[in-house]
Design a protein around this ligand. Structure first.
Ligand code: MG
Length: 259
């Protein structure tokens, strides 16, 4: 009995000693402060609502600032190609209008990024469902964030504005009226693939439409397809493609911050 008590005492002493060894230094408010690395200073853009929208911040890659389409080429369809054809879309009064000849593809390829753009569906309402103010933002030329006039215009919900087309239903419909300017802010993490082409991590996307969260860190697993099942295709960086769907949709203030 005595031996057991002694053993227990020694054991407790050992435990106490062990705890004494890992006891952290006395904590202060400063102990949990992190001072480096200091995030870079970025001058935000200027918000001018329905006149000029939100101009680019100081560290952005400007893809369209109302003046020219130098950052773009024409592309047939919505999948990225090696096209160098000049874009035929019209720039009028600082707005880039989708044409009926091609989609618009950036010359530059992007991976992880923050993308901002503003769009305007036609004030004069024509068509319905998917035929009203349809365009789209194809991230990396593969995954469509739908652009559509969904103001009093029902359609299938996984194809409405704010959806990841045919893959993710938006959390809300904060559509403005036809002819009013609307904004997309998209945070995108590209998928990661092994050397053998196996997806290790899917793409993730968070989307704000007119400042309202419509996609919250949603995993995109495969390509956007109009018909049939999405495809899992390994890829690296890719362009941004703006869809021509036969409707004259206006765009302005298009910029990217690479992440
Ligand atoms: Mg579309």
């Amino acid at each position: 009995m005595k031996k057991t008590t002694s053993t227990l005492f020694l054991s407790l002493a050992a435990v106490g000693f062990a705890f004494a060894q890992v006891e952290p230094a006395k904590q202060t408010p400063q102990s949990s402060e992190i001072w480096e690395p200091v995030p870079p200073i970025v001058t935000p853009g200027v918000f001018l609502a329905n006149t000029a929208g939100t101009t680019a911040p100081s560290d952005a890659i400007v893809l369209f600032d109302g003046k020219n389409v130098d950052a773009w080429v024409a592309n047939k369809g919505y999948n990225p190609t090696a096209s160098t054809d000049p874009l035929q879309w019209i720039v009028r009064d600082g707005v880039l209008y989708s044409g009926k000849t091609s989609s618009a593809m950036t010359k530059q390829q992007f991976g992880d990024m923050q993308l901002h753009l503003e769009f305007q569906t036609p004030e004069k309402v024509e068509g319905n469902g998917q035929g009203r103010g349809n365009s789209g933002v194809f991230i990396q030329g593969r995954y469509e964030v739908q652009v559509l006039d969904n103001y009093n215009n029902p359609t299938y919900v996984n194809g409405m504005v704010g959806s990841i087309y045919k893959q993710a239903i938006p959390l809300a419909n904060p559509s403005r009226k036809p002819g009013e300017w609307q904004s997309y802010d998209i945070i995108y993490t590209q998928p990661r693939f092994s050397k053998a082409g196996v997806m290790i991590d899917p793409a993730y996307v968070t989307v704000m439409l007119n400042g309202i969260l419509v996609q919250n860190h949603v995993a995109i697993r495969c390509t956007t397809e109009y018909i049939g099942y999405p495809k899992m295709i390994a890829h690296g960086k890719g362009p941004i493609i703006l869809q021509d769907h036969g409707n004259p949709v206006g765009f302005r203030n298009i910029w990217v911050r690479e992440l």
